[in-house]
Design a protein around this ligand. Structure first.
Ligand code: GSH
Length: 206
């Protein structure tokens, strides 16, 4: 059975929701950041990067949210979580998901993990101070040019939706008022009403 290693409040929520939307049989294992479990040998044997999510499959372990999301969509085609038969639409999906992973998530990480990029405390503070602007700029771009509506790709729900929902849920803690982005905020509210999302949120918060 698939096994997802997750931590509440992190990007692993996107993969968790996708598994639920897919109707997959899966189990979860919580990685406790307050005990730095992600840095301990037990977890590093699962994901040597020391990050969540990690998905254990019968063919090996997958890491990186875009890869995990695409794997879920392709493994459960009946759930229609990606435009699997349309190369251009699939590339549009990958483009969106890649932007969240490589740019938006990294902009967010500068608030909490500035020590990854600089040792100088003043430089770290300067990076943290840029987070509201960078996250605001990223979401302005998404709102204006990337989000088709009512879902990320348009009329069809896809794996990009739980990923956007996950990262959009960080806006307040990054010092950004989500009301600046009415379409993203509406998406976030609608996502919160989905049965799969409510079930996963209740499970991780329990
Ligand atoms: N590119 C990875 C990023 C994974 C990542 O950075 N996860 C964070 C949580 S959102 C983490 O595990 N942080 C633990 C740490 O930095 O010690 C992905 O998209 O899956």
């Amino acid at each position: 059975m698939l096994k997802l290693f997750y931590t509440p409040g992190t990007c692993s929520l996107a993969s968790h929701i996708a598994l639920e939307e897919a109707g997959a049989a899966y189990e979860v294992h919580r990685v406790d950041f307050s005990k730095a479990e992600q840095t301990k040998p037990d977890y590093l044997s699962i994901n040597p990067k020391g990050r969540v999510p990690a998905l254990v499959t019968d063919r090996g372990i997958l890491t990186e949210t875009p890869a995990i999301l695409a794997y879920i969509a392709q493994s459960f085609p009946k759930a229609r979580l990606a435009p699997l038969d349309d190369p251009f639409e699939f590339a549009r999906l990958q483009s969106f998901v890649s932007y969240l992973c490589s740019t938006v998530h990294v902009a967010h990480a500068h608030a909490r993990r500035a020590g990854r990029w600089a040792d100088d405390p003043a430089a770290q503070e300067a990076m943290k101070a840029k987070v509201p602007q960078n996250m605001g700029d990223c979401f302005a771009l998404i709102e204006r040019t990337m989000f088709a509506g009512p879902f990320v790709l348009g009329d069809s729900y896809s794996i990009a939706d739980p990923y956007l929902f996950t990262i959009a849920s960080w806006l307040e803690s990054d010092g950004v008022d989500p009301a600046r982005f009415p379409r993203i905020l509406d998406h976030r509210n609608r996502m919160g009403e989905r049965q799969a999302v409510a079930k996963v949120l209740a499970a991780v918060q329990a």
